[in-house]
Design a protein around this ligand. Structure first.
Ligand SMILES: [Fe+2]
Ligand SMILES: [Fe+2]
Length: 264
């Protein structure tokens, strides 16, 4: 491969965008939103591969980017993605489907947060209980039940391969900080602080789930071997079987929260 191409394919996307601003608008054309990402440490080649463009679009994108970086020069453009598994219509394997289903429950709670923050008043005991219920859901369902499957099982071994996984870890860590501050806000009867952290969590997790559902899980689905899929699924089932009360408990909490806030 041409060393000039190779150099930039292995450069962090944020550094490339900082040096060549219009690269972001080329990425935007293919709905690759690296600008809002708080890390931006993915290499250009990973960004291209993980978005699973077809060969034609991938060539168009890389050509346009290198026309910005090296104007008036011509290159042999390499194929980065994998043609044989490039279809986006391929359905997810059972462990990834399980995580997407858990996201559905998390998204139901997320959807209530903006509405809740419109009327939250921590001087009311029931509103304190409400925020504590949400914190409980986040800690014990979204984090301990769901994120732990990702961190302890699914993502294991991929950290050094794919920078987006490190971004997912950072999001999990940040989400834990928001929950700590939500609970502090309840202790201090500080409605403003609670609203701020609820909305921060809403924004962070909404985008996080979107990245996992649409980018990361399909990529993992294409790259995990059948044997790995089986091992991951059996470990996920083990967790579910060890804690059978978790799913129904947090489904019923979600139903209760929806009955309070969905009609208002
Ligand atoms: Fe996650
Ligand atoms: Fe997730």
């Amino acid at each position: 491969m041409d060393s000039r191409i190779d150099k930039y394919l292995n450069t962090n996307i944020k550094d490339i965008i900082n040096e060549f601003n219009s690269v972001q608008s080329e990425l935007d054309k293919f709905e690759i939103g690296c600008a809002p990402c708080n890390l931006g440490t993915c290499k250009l080649k990973d960004v291209v591969e993980i978005h699973n463009l077809n060969a034609e679009n991938e060539k168009k994108l890389i050509t346009n980017i290198f026309n910005i970086i090296y104007p008036n020069e011509t290159f042999e453009i390499p194929r980065i993605g994998k043609d044989q598994k490039a279809s986006t219509s391929v359905s997810l394997s059972p462990p990834l489907k399980m995580l997407v289903e858990e996201h559905v429950l998390i998204k139901r709670v997320l959807a209530l947060i903006p509405k809740i923050t419109e009327t939250l008043n921590l001087k009311l005991a029931e509103h304190k209980e409400l925020v504590l219920n949400i914190a409980d859901f986040i800690r014990n369902y979204a984090d301990k039940y769901h994120h732990s499957k990702e961190e302890d099982i699914l993502f294991k071994g991929f950290e050094s391969t794919l920078e987006i996984i490190n971004v997912m870890y950072c999001d999990h860590i940040q989400s834990r900080k928001y929950v700590v501050d939500m609970v502090k806000a309840v202790e201090k009867t500080n409605t403003e602080l609670a609203n701020k952290n609820l909305l921060n969590y809403f924004n962070l997790l909404s985008e996080h789930i979107q990245k996992e559902d649409n980018i990361l899980y399909p990529w993992l689905n294409r790259n995990l071997e059948t044997k790995q899929v089986g091992e991951i699924y059996s470990q996920f089932l083990k967790i579910n079987n060890e804690r059978p009360e978790i799913q129904p408990k947090y489904e019923s909490l979600t139903n209760k929260l929806e009955s309070l806030y969905l009609q208002k």
